[in-house]
Design a protein around this ligand. Structure first.
Ligand code: ZN
Length: 238
């Protein structure tokens, strides 16, 4: 076993209030493309740039076009949790991990069995009628033809934070609270360039900050341990 992974395992073994903060890299090993990577979603050719399609204004003004893109590109129902999701759920069950904070909207942490998950950018599995707020699951939306409509006639909107929209204050507060109380903070699969990732990890006060990422990040100097490796490999060994 790599020395660094050995150190990581020891830190995990000796911690009882672990918080995991994850980005797109956590889901890429399940086959979900990373939005911002070179070959990810954001570099594919579309009539409009994805940042524009996935904005609040675009959703309101071009709902049909939005849903064409959304249903083709954002459907995570067919994907399964990978070893990282599964190990995190196990650590929570053992009482060692207190929360997962994720920038992903695919619901894979819950699918793996995690209970306390702060989804900063929402989830494609939750959708609400804009008129009467009735709930609809992901399947309903992804399987609908055209724009998904509620029984009341209202348009259904995914509970996903679009560009121009603010984060849910309660979810941010919960994340801050979890990080402040953590004895160990694992930050993984994120380059930490996307708001609010970089700001949130500043709330950590402990001395077991571990960064796991394929490439170096600008926060490496703050970390107590940096592992530049595949997440699946690391979590498989703990
Ligand atoms: Zn309705």
């Amino acid at each position: 076993m790599d020395d660094k992974i050995q150190v990581f395992k020891k830190l995990v073994d000796n911690s009882n209030n672990i918080v995991f903060f994850g980005g797109a890299g956590v889901s890429t090993e399940s086959g979900i493309p990373d939005f911002r990577s070179k070959d990810g979603l954001y570099n594919q050719k579309y009539k409009f740039p994805p940042e524009e399609i996935l904005s609040h204004t675009f959703f309101i003004n071009n709902t049909e076009e939005f849903y064409k893109f959304y249903k083709e590109k954002m459907n995570s129902l067919k994907y399964e949790p990978n070893i990282t999701h599964i190990k995190l759920a196990e650590l929570e069950k053992q009482g060692k991990l207190k929360a997962v904070i994720t920038q992903n909207i695919d619901g894979l942490h819950q699918k793996a069995g995690s209970k306390t998950v702060y989804e900063l950018h929402g989830s494609v599995l939750r959708n609400y009628c804009m008129k009467c707020h009735k709930f609809y699951d992901g399947e309903f939306v992804f399987k609908s033809s055209d724009v998904p409509k509620c029984t009341c006639g209202g348009i259904i909107k995914p509970d996903v934070v679009l560009y121009e929209e603010g984060l849910d204050n309660l979810i941010v507060a919960g994340s801050v609270n979890a990080i402040q109380g953590a004895d160990m903070l694992i930050v993984a699969g994120t380059s930490l360039t996307v708001y609010p990732a970089s700001g949130l990890i500043n709330y950590y006060r402990g001395n077991k900050l571990v960064l796991i990422n394929r490439d170096a990040t600008q926060y490496d100097y703050k970390a107590d341990l940096v592992i530049n490796d595949s997440l699946g490999k690391v979590f498989n060994l703990i």
